[in-house]
Ligand binder design. Structure first.
Ligand code: CIZ
Ligand code: SF4
Length: 365
């Protein structure tokens, strides 16, 4: 029997330990009707409840084959949208706190992308000459834009492969919203920096000359991740002085100079695999979100591996951190009572177009 929705205020001052017990009790009640997905950047206090963990590519693939009635996503808004798009229509996707967005994803929106489309059409024929590629860290309507204009989605795991796909379709790429991932992936393909100018959506013609646009291979949207932007080449220099035999591994959302000075660059799945498979007693400086690095450091201790976070200042992703035990307990207790809270539902037409690009990506990678 359905009861009135339990208000979040009731959980606001509930202690973490009590929330943990309530999460377990609600899970017990929901049984197989519920599955919980957790992204690597989530805090341990909620991550421990995930049935499946991974980066957004791995989690998207799970979404295609889950049986549960409810999918609770420990991650940020765009990931829950992807889960909704790839799951069956009757499955319900829930994001425990709707304020868990992604500041990078917010740096591109449909109005700005459509304006850029019109601007670029003043110089060339967009639909014949440019493949739009959106990083998975973007709202569903941007994925739909790519679906409508012959484009595709990429993740940090498959970005170089997806760029190759893009160049097979058309001679140029508009890459949004992360300039760092676009630049690093283009650099790995051998594209010179002067053929990857930054496209500023707030300027006429992106702040570029007609010649720069015509000469470009990749137009890099002026966007970045505030967390990864904090890492500096000086952090690497300092580490290498202290540990000349140590290794540096960074996420491609980090600034170009940081990636250039790293021994390895790759997605969170790649970082976890590389450090886990390294010989015992090796030393690592890791340039990605703090929760992942803290967890990895703990896991590697028994093998004598030293794992260190790249920055001196604490930079966890503040939007990922919105998902806490209080919000998880609140949404699970509501589900156990038959109340659906914080459902993420992408409008049908948008979801169909976005699915087209996600399917293209899953096929191409
Ligand atoms: O794709 C993802 O899950 C993100 C945001 C980072 C990564 O490299 O896994
Ligand atoms: Fe977005 Fe950066 Fe947080 Fe990832 S770490 S969710 S890119 S703000």
């Amino acid at each position: 029997m359905q009861t009135a929705t339990i208000k979040f205020e009731k959980f606001q001052s509930t202690k973490d330990d009590d929330c943990q017990a309530r999460i377990l009790a609600a899970r017990e009640k929901l049984g197989k009707r519920l599955v919980i997905l957790g992204h690597h950047y989530q805090h341990e206090s909620v991550y421990r409840h995930a049935d499946y963990t991974g980066d957004s590519l791995k989690l998207s693939k799970y979404c295609e084959s889950l049986d549960a009635e409810y999918i609770v996503f420990l991650g940020v808004h765009f990931m829950a949208e992807v889960a909704d798009i790839l799951s069956r229509p009757e499955q319900i996707v829930i994001l425990p706190d709707l304020a868990a967005g992604c500041s990078m994803a917010d740096m591109a929106n449909l109005a700005k992308v459509e304006r850029s489309y019109r601007e670029l059409n003043k110089v060339l024929n967009f639909d014949e000459e440019i493949t739009p590629i959106t990083y998975i860290n973007s709202a569903a309507d941007l994925k739909a834009f790519c679906g409508e204009h012959g484009g595709i989605v990429c993740t940090s795991t498959n970005a170089p492969k997806i760029l190759e796909w893009g160049f097979k379709q058309r001679e140029k790429v508009l890459f949004f919203p992360d300039q760092n991932l676009g630049r690093w992936s283009g650099h790995k393909m051998g594209i010179p920096l002067e053929q990857m100018p930054v496209w500023d959506p707030d300027q006429p013609l992106g702040g570029l000359t007609v010649e720069q646009i015509k000469n470009a291979k990749i137009l890099l949207w002026k966007g970045h991740c505030a967390v990864h932007q904090m890492f500096r080449p000086q952090n690497i220099e300092h580490f290498k002085k202290l540990h000349p035999d140590g290794f540096v591994i960074s996420h491609p959302e980090a600034p170009f100079e940081v990636c250039l000075n790293s021994d390895y660059v790759g997605s969170t799945e790649y970082i976890l695999r590389t450090v886990s498979e390294a010989p015992p007693n090796t030393k690592w400086l890791v340039g990605t979100e703090l929760n992942l690095v803290t967890r990895l450091a703990e896991q590697m201790k028994p093998q004598g591996k030293h794992v260190q976070f790249m920055s001196h200042v604490v930079c966890e992703c503040s939007t990922m951190a919105r998902i806490d035990p209080q919000h998880l307990a609140w949404c699970l207790e509501n589900l156990a009572e038959g109340n659906i809270v914080n459902q993420i539902k992408v409008p049908k037409h948008e979801a169909e177009l976005a699915k087209l690009t996600l399917d293209r990506m899953l096929q191409a990678s």
